[in-house]
Design a protein around this ligand. Structure first.
Ligand SMILES: NC(=O)c1ccc[n+]([C@@H]2O[C@H](COP(=O)([O-])OP(=O)(O)OC[C@H]3O[C@@H](n4cnc5c(N)ncnc54)[C@H](O)[C@@H]3O)[C@@H](O)[C@H]2O)c1
Length: 256
């Protein structure tokens, strides 16, 4: 019950890491509103976590790339929750293309959700948190730190999240708002889709890279392993921690 009394919004809650984080937050006693564009699984994940957890979970539709929608949904969510203590911005998508073939639409696809989505949701959370303080947890990737072969736009979008998060950690610290970034490596529908697009030869090369670069086990971890880092960053156990980029990735990312 380390999150008892915490009022939390999670984006991307219909699937993968965010779905596991919604469940972990509820198990830890929080009141959670889960947001996604994929409504049917979003509602199902929220209902299951609500039934199983010690906290409460409900679901709202929200496209994080639409600033007006983000503002309206965050106003509704904070009103329902009676305030906002934690934002876990986890919504995302992926895409691979050689840098020489990248078109503007490829940039929009990835920058809209990762960069604009992070900025829109963080600013919406700030409006409530500036009165009370809080914890914002954004989602980066080792791809944005070390590079990731074949994914130049995704890596760039994730790198932008680090610069943004560290800047607002400075700017909003005076309001008691902490801002940290998680770099996950977990087997999810998104990471599985990424591998499914590869030829057997390319997949074998990736597996070899992971084996060499992940000291703990040589492969992706579980959603639960990553969700526990979000729980820590949401809790008062991390109350003096801000501006950090933390890998829950078996050691792939060892940022300075
Ligand atoms: N899985 C990994 O190993 C890994 C590694 C590094 C970073 N990440 C990052 O972690 C986050 C979660 O990844 P995942 O693997 O759980 O993915 P996932 O595909 O399983 O889940 C992503 C969720 O985000 C939602 N979403 C997408 N666009 C949205 C939008 N515009 N508005 C609201 N919701 C939207 C999707 O509907 C989906 O439910 C992403 O930001 C991803 O880039 C994942």
């Amino acid at each position: 019950m380390v999150l008892e009394g915490k009022r939390i919004v999670v984006t991307g809650g219909a699937s993968g890491i965010a779905a596991g984080t919604v469940a972990a937050f509820a198990r830890a006693g929080a009141s959670v509103i889960s947001l996604d564009v994929n409504d049917e699984p979003g509602r199902a994940v929220a209902a299951e976590a609500d039934a199983a957890g010690l906290g409460s979970v409900s679901y709202l539709h929200c496209d994080v790339t639409d600033q007006d929608e983000v503002d309206a949904v965050f106003a509704e969510a904070t009103s329902t929750l009676g305030g906002l203590d934690v934002l876990a911005m986890i919504a995302g998508n992926e895409g691979q293309k050689p840098a020489e073939d990248v078109r503007e639409s490829d940039i929009d696809w990835l920058f809209n959700v990762h960069v604009k989505g992070t900025m829109f949701t963080n600013a919406a959370a700030f409006r409530s948190m500036r009165e009370t303080g809080g914890s914002i947890i954004n989602t980066g990737s080792g791809a944005g730190v070390t590079g990731y072969p074949g994914s130049p736009v995704y890596s760039s979008a994730k790198a932008a999240i680090f610069g943004y998060s560290r800047t607002i950690a400075f700017d909003w610290g005076q309001y008691g708002i902490r801002v940290n970034t998680v770099c996950p490596a977990a087997l999810t529908p998104q990471s599985q889709a990424h591998f499914d697009k590869m030829s057997p030869e390319v997949l074998a090369a990736y597996k070899e890279t992971y084996r060499a670069r992940i000291p703990l086990g040589g492969w992706l971890g579980t959603v639960e392993q990553t969700a526990s880092l979000y729980v820590f960053l949401a809790s008062d156990a991390s109350s003096f921690l801000t501006g950090q980029m933390i890998g829950s990735d078996g050691g792939w990312t060892m940022p300075r």
